[in-house]
Design a protein around this ligand. Structure first.
Ligand code: PLP
Length: 480
């Protein structure tokens, strides 16, 4: 039902009444709708404690978990990059945090302007023409992108059937392709860990809807044949999708739109400094070339003279993929970061990401196998294969790192490296921190030779030692 709600418009120094649809929620007796077996019989057991006790409880809990405010978090690929506190402050401003998503456009010009401005910056950064800011995660962006690919081909009379994916791609890529109704076809990398145009050739025909390329790939290597690959795929009428979750290695150095990419997603909750993890809100905008713009999901934020408008009348759009304009607070933090860094700062971020990763790689080369050993981008992959002779697996190395106060790296991924350890130091870590981490890794390498049982028994300093991860994932118990 429609009710009149009064909205206070600060910019006009007055009160103005707007008619907003508000539902009247009827009061319901829980007993009449919740099955009796699920109803409490006794009041909940709530602890009684003083304020200091409560504070100590939560501070204690916060340091049981590892987090970037505690120490290095070198979780390759999916790592949290920089999470500046100023972003949190700005996203908390009342003008942003107290908005209702159904406020009329005139009252939210600043926020619409922010969405639009961030979108234009990301188009500039990626070399693309238009963008949707709505997807809530990287994988959601991939799925959105694949729906656009399908709509694009459908519009030309045939949706096509398959999407090619290199074997070094991120794990979400084939999943998104499948969910969008395409067959995912794996293409083998060459000896250098990159897409091999020769190997790609035989897969190319008029059933190829797209190729989906993670760049830099999960080995932390730039796909050097990208232009050639794009040309080959375009030749058969296919599109080129780039998984740009880890753009922190490319910012200000190279733009996907300049090397043949038709559409690409970015992970604002990685590259653009908004925290993620624990299932919190993310954002995976998808930037596109003009030919794909008609299919972008709605709503878009457009500019009409000096005013910003929510645009929904887009007949070829794939439709709605999320409520309203996506995770708005994440966009606020990301814009804050983009404006703080500016154009020159973007390049510096990428250079630092690359220098840090290569510095760490150079410090670890003597102690661990490096299967694809060359200058890397934001991350690199070690192999624990040679440690198997001592009965130690990569998982044991990861667990032992926790005793040194570090979060373990990503393990057993990418699949093309046996006993993989994927390490991303990120652009914001100091040389001291990288040296401490390298020292811990070196000590573990020595332990593996001299006292492998110790490594296999780790961790020793954590409140929970080893858990049955498969059981925990399948029989999740989130109760107290
Ligand atoms: C993290 C990541 C994704 C998935 O992003 P989510 O936001 O976790 O869905 C996709 N591709 C790459 C390369 C990533 O690092």
């Amino acid at each position: 039902m429609k009710r009149e709600v009064t909205v206070f418009d600060k910019s006009r120094e007055g009160r103005q009444a707007y008619s907003l649809p508000v539902c009247d929620v009827p009061r319901v007796d829980p007993g009449s709708v919740i099955p009796s077996g699920l109803l409490r019989e006794d009041p909940p057991r709530l602890p009684e404690m003083s304020e200091p006790e409560l504070m100590r409880h939560y501070v204690g809990l916060s340091v049981l978990n590892h987090h970037v405010d505690k120490d290095l978090y070198p979780l390759g690929s999916c790592t949290m990059k920089y999470n500046p506190k100023v972003g949190e402050d700005v996203a908390g401003y009342e003008g942003f945090s107290e908005l209702h998503p159904m406020l009329p456009e005139d009252l939210v010009q600043g926020s619409l302007g922010l969405i639009h401005g961030l979108g234009r910056s990301l188009c500039e950064i990626t070399g693309m023409d238009d963008i949707t800011m709505v997807p809530a995660a990287g994988a959601h962006g991939e799925f959105t992108g694949m729906l656009m690919v399908r709509a694009y081909h459908q519009d030309r009379g045939n949706p096509r059937t398959k999407v090619l994916i290199p074997d070094s791609a991120h794990g979400t890529n084939p999943a998104s392709v499948r969910v969008a109704g395409y067959e995912s076809v794996e293409v083998k990398s060459d000896a250098s860990g990159r897409i091999d145009p020769q190997a790609l050739g035989p897969f190319l025909d008029e059933n190829v809807a797209a190729i989906m390329v993670t760049n830099p790939n999960t080995l932390g290597l730039f796909e050097t044949h990208m232009c050639e690959v794009a040309e080959m795929v375009h030749e058969v009428g296919g599109l080129v999708y780039m998984d740009g979750a880890n753009m922190n290695a490319l910012l200000g150095i190279s733009r996907p739109g300049d090397f043949g990419i038709d559409l690409a997603h970015l992970n604002l909750h990685k590259t653009f400094a908004t925290p993620h993890g624990g299932g919190g809100p993310g954002s995976g905008p998808v930037a596109v070339k003009a030919a794909l713009a008609p299919y972008l999901p709605i709503p878009l934020v457009g500019k009409d003279g000096d005013a910003f408008r929510i645009v929904e009348a887009r007949p070829k759009s794939i439709g709605r993929i999320h409520t309203f304009n996506g995770n708005f607070a994440v966009l606020v933090k990301a814009y804050c970061y983009v404006l703080m860094a500016g154009a020159s700062g973007m390049r510096q971020i990428a250079e630092n990401a690359i220098i840090n990763a290569n510095y760490l790689l150079s410090r670890l080369r003597a102690d661990f196998l490096v299967p694809y050993d060359e200058t890397c981008k934001h991350e690199f992959v070690l192999s624990g294969k040679d440690k198997l002779a001592h009965g130690v697996r990569t998982n044991d190395i990861a667990k032992r790192l926790m005793d040194f106060g570090f979060h373990p790296p990503t393990v057993y991924f990418p699949l093309i490296v046996e006993e993989a350890l994927m390490i991303e130091p990120t652009e914001t870590e100091s040389r001291d921190t990288l040296d401490r981490f390298a020292q811990a890794m070196k000590e573990i390498a020595l332990e593996i030779e001299n006292d492998p049982e110790k490594v296999k028994g780790a961790p020793f300093n954590t409140p929970v030692r080893r858990v049955d991860e498969a059981l925990a994932a399948r029989n999740l118990d989130v109760a107290e």
